[in-house]
Design a binder for this molecule. Structure first.
Ligand SMILES: Nc1ncnc2c1ncn2[C@@H]1O[C@H](COP(=O)(O)OP(=O)(O)OP(=O)(O)O)[C@@H](O)[C@H]1O
Ligand SMILES: [Mg+2]
Length: 218
């Protein structure tokens, strides 16, 4: 075989350690020492949900959320994209926090609202800010589980669509896990997220439709 070709192909598989998404998961003793609470707050999960899910009986979650949780735990090494969609107050954010907490001992986890990603990117366009767009993308494409909440809260401009697709597609390429949360209906969500990401959700995960009464108004 052509030696140049072999060398070229080998280069394709060279890994830049600084770009590796596989940070060492926190050792369980450290999780134990720091406490679940602190680990989850450091990963930006909302304090409200970190506290509310801590004592909630697993049985009180809807069966479709529990099944998706089981799927996610089984597939955390394969790189899933799971979408939780539906009306307000159905427990999407709390369950995403709960499932992330159950994985945090093994893999790195992070929570953000979609808007935070766009604001962080826009900040880099200010000349006085030293952080680059690449650094922001890196921040969002490193955690082995990223929860992107409130996806309906965006303008859906071409720029936003491209950046979001790029971020999620990079995570898909790296075989790391993403949970997307939105209040939209199935059709509206599919349209808003775009064909490219929707296709990847169907390939690697699922859309969980949370259409039951709100816990807030109970
Ligand atoms: N299984 C449950 N049983 C009882 N209460 C729950 C359950 N799951 C969540 N809750 C509570 O219901 C409220 C709404 O939950 P959460 O904020 O997770 O809903 P959501 O679907 O993310 O809503 P939104 O779409 O408005 O963001 C919270 O106060 C939460 O603690
Ligand atoms: Mg929510």
């Amino acid at each position: 075989m052509d030696e140049k070709l072999v060398a070229g192909v080998a280069n394709l598989f060279k890994v830049d350690a600084s770009l590796s998404p596989r940070r060492e998961p926190l050792p369980s003793s450290e999780v134990f020492r720091k406490g679940y609470h602190e680990v989850m707050l450091c990963a930006d999960f909302p304090k409200r949900h970190v506290e509310s899910c801590r004592d909630r009986d697993l049985k009180s979650y809807h069966q479709s959320l529990l099944s998706s949780g089981e799927f996610m735990r089984k597939n955390e090494d394969k790189g899933f994209i799971v979408a939780m969609i539906g009306p307000r107050g159905t427990g999407k954010t709390e369950f995403a926090t709960r499932i992330s907490a159950s994985m945090a001992q093994r893999i790195s986890v992070m929570y953000c609202k979609a808007m935070k990603f766009f604001v962080a990117l826009k900040e880099t366009y200010n000349r006085e800010v030293k952080t680059t767009e690449g650094e922001i993308l890196k921040r969002f494409t490193q955690p082995e589980l990223l929860v992107v909440d409130e996806l309906q809260e965006r303008s859906e401009s071409d720029w936003e669509n491209r950046m979001l697709t790029h971020m999620i597609d990079t995570r898909y390429d790296r075989m790391i896990n993403t949970i997307l949360i939105s209040n939209l209906s199935h059709d509206a969500f599919q349209k808003s997220i775009g064909d490219s990401i929707y296709d990847r959700i169907i390939e690697t995960g699922m859309v969980v439709e949370c259409i039951w009464p709100s816990y807030r108004t109970k």
